[in-house]
Design a binder for this molecule. Structure first.
Ligand code: ZN
Length: 252
């Protein structure tokens, strides 16, 4: 029998699923506001049109769904055969007709949602592997998708901003991004402070650190490499001393 409701029972997981579904609905709304002609326009990502963003989000849902299927069946089905295959898929997807692109987004989102809905409660702990080679429980697929739909809705560049992203999503994003910097050691001499929350990340051991600060949405926008609107830098570093906000270290 096919389930009509989530098989997951963990309240945190159910809350996370809601956040992913809201993000998908938000992306859908921004996409639907764009005319077919506007899909040809530039996105906020260098070299990518809105078509590339839409294709990427569609194929991302399929890739994440493969991980959920892996967790359900125990049969290994990777996200993508390789990063080259993923990139090629996006380039191809960007050439689809507007109607096909929109269908790709809609159908892949519905498919992923069905895979999540029907995944038995105990299978959410099953391990799968991301394209970066990380072993994660299937529950992590929800976050992987959540950050994609919210950030790339902004990248469509038709009115969405980081302030539209729910605070819990922004906070987790910032923890992810600064965690990636720490792992790579690229956060040396850099402190990130969120002024409307009691949050500080980065290299707090350094007395001569450059401190980048601002409200949560602006700080995450900067940290994700989307410009420095609304953030300020301070500290003895040359750039900060003359008021220039340094570019955030690479994240992915
Ligand atoms: Zn992406």
């Amino acid at each position: 029998m096919v389930a009509r409701t989530d098989q997951a029972t963990d309240p945190d997981l159910l809350a996370a699923l809601l956040q992913a579904r809201r993000g998908t609905a938000f992306f859908a709304r921004k996409l639907n506001e764009l005319s077919d002609v506007e899909l040809d326009g530039d996105s906020l990502l260098p070299g990518w049109t809105r078509r590339h963003i839409t294709a990427h989000i569609g194929y991302n849902a399929r890739a994440v769904a493969r991980l959920v299927e892996w967790a359900a069946t125990g049969v290994e089905t990777p996200m993508y055969a390789s990063t080259a295959v993923r990139d090629h898929e996006i380039e191809f997807g960007a050439t689809l007709s507007p109607i096909a692109l929109r269908h790709l987004f809609d159908h892949s989102a519905v498919h992923l949602n069905v895979e999540w809905r029907d995944l038995p409660a105990d299978a959410w702990r099953h391990k799968v592997r991301t394209i970066q080679g990380r072993e994660v429980p299937a529950a992590e697929t929800v976050w992987m998708r959540t950050r994609e739909v919210w950030i790339h809705a902004v990248d469509l560049d038709n009115g969405a901003t980081f302030s539209d992203i729910p605070a819990p999503v922004l906070e987790r994003l910032l923890a992810d991004i600064t965690g990636a910097w720490k792992t790579r050691g690229t956060d040396k001499g850099l402190v990130v402070k969120v002024t409307d929350r009691d949050l500080t990340f980065g290299d707090s051991s350094s007395a001569s650190a450059t401190v980048v600060f601002g409200p949560l949405a602006a700080v995450v926008e900067w940290a994700a490499g989307r410009g420095s609107n609304g953030v300020t830098a301070a500290g003895p570093g040359t750039a900060a001393a003359n008021g220039t906000v340094p570019a955030a270290p690479k994240w992915i």
